[in-house]
Design a binder for this molecule. Sequence first.
Ligand code: G6Q
Length: 543
Amino acid sequence: MAWNTNLDELPAYEKLKKLARNPFDLTVPGALSPERIKGYKAGGAGFDLLFATQRIDEAVLNGLQQLADQSCAVDQFLAMKRGAVMNRIDGYDSEERQVLHTACRDIFQETPYNAEATGQAKEELEKLKTFLAELDRGGVVNEQGESFTDYVNIGIGGSDLGPRAIYQALSAYSLENRRVLFISNVDPDDAASVLKNLDLARTLVGVVSKSGSTLETLTNEEIVRAAYREAGLDPGKHFVAITGQGSPMNNPDRYLRSFFMYDYIGGRFSATSMVGAVMLGFALGYDDFIKILRGADDMDRAAEDRDIRNNPALLLALLGIWNHNFLNCETVAVLPYSQALLRFPAHLQQCDMESNGKSVNRQGEKIPGFTGPIVWGEPGTNGQHAFYQLLHQGTTVVPAEFIGFRQSQRELDMQLKGTTSQEKLVANLLAQSIALATGKKDDNPNRAFSGNRPSSVLLSDKLTPYSMGALLALYEAKIVFQGFIWNINSFDQEGVQLGKVLANRFLQQMNTLHQAGEIDRGKHPENWAMLEAAGLLPHQQVD
Ligand code: G6Q
């Protein structure tokens, strides 16, 4: 089959459509047999994917394998790794870029897939290694000769979500006396709350913006620079830039150090580039950051396996397509049974929905079926005491992706009533997966559970820098595989660009108000009307 074929034109599509009329019934007594649970297990890079609780059987699995083969999913993934221009729409003005986030971690082999991009990644890593070593041995210190203990990350979207999720996930591994805080929102209270109780003198500020022109980030940078000047400190001795080469922020005179990421790395896929590296290197140390890259690289390699049973990212992508396009489930819940993964669903909301929330294919034609689902989630067991009611008994079926670990990260745990807290956590995860699948009959309709609510379970030994890297890469690969199979461009974000333009238009109008200039009500009258309705026009200017 050729690339660039719509899902519904692949031969396996019709076959799967037929199978979807009568999907595997998980509620039949004995359906979730020990053999099924044992047999429906895939793995790679330290993760097991248990998928017996999906509404599939061998025929569906074969169909999904065919879907992967016919859409050339793995070939497209390999082409992406080698540097094909994947970020494009044929015949229309588009970004026309390579997609090479995998090159950031393809640093362990002698012959990387894309030597140029991996060479650039290695160069930046060397710069970072030197900088972190200087911080450690007191070569880079503040004006008083003291070491830096805090780091403020200023960035938004891809320059915030992934790195922040990873930092939170791995805070158990933080170096002593190192703390990271984040400012992302243009809401002035975000910056204010971080600046409160912060010892600016001992803080490094990482300003992260690939474009170097994002309103929120530039505004917050100026707020923090002003705080430094007010405190009598030189921002040039505290501020570090992480940006695209050639961006307006590429001005080393204003920064203590500048680190670069490149055009071919999309913001939401940039956590393993310098975008995440500088902050995570500060917090965890260089070696632990490299372990994140190792885990990601191992998962990137597992994603090359053509057998879906050996490729957890591809299998997760296909199960998602089965639930979404064939069983018509519109959302997917990502439910980490790990408090440290608190922000991981937020990262996935961006990475998945910004990538696959598209309506036209790679030829610019309207897509006939569904593309990306709505992605959401919260850690368990907290979620169980909240929205799981709807997962079990709501009128909408929400497929779930559970993520769990056999061991906790920290030492503190104890046996209570015969089990540790970690065991209680994992037991809850497994119990939920089974209960959603099998349901429960009851004469009281309010206490009956319909079952047949699909889920998968991703399990690893422990949430470490290595497994965090692997988990990140697993979801990145899942998202790009789905995009390939839907024949969409997962790598642009016109909807986000639109937001930037719209905000600027409003801001120009509000600026006119500040300047007490002429208001041209004929231009974007809807904006003026909204400002007025929102009570944001000064009285004298309301006619
Ligand atoms: C990610 C998006 C978007 C981007 C932010 C920040 O893929 O493009 O979330 O990361 O808008 O952009 P900058 O890094 O350029 O400031």
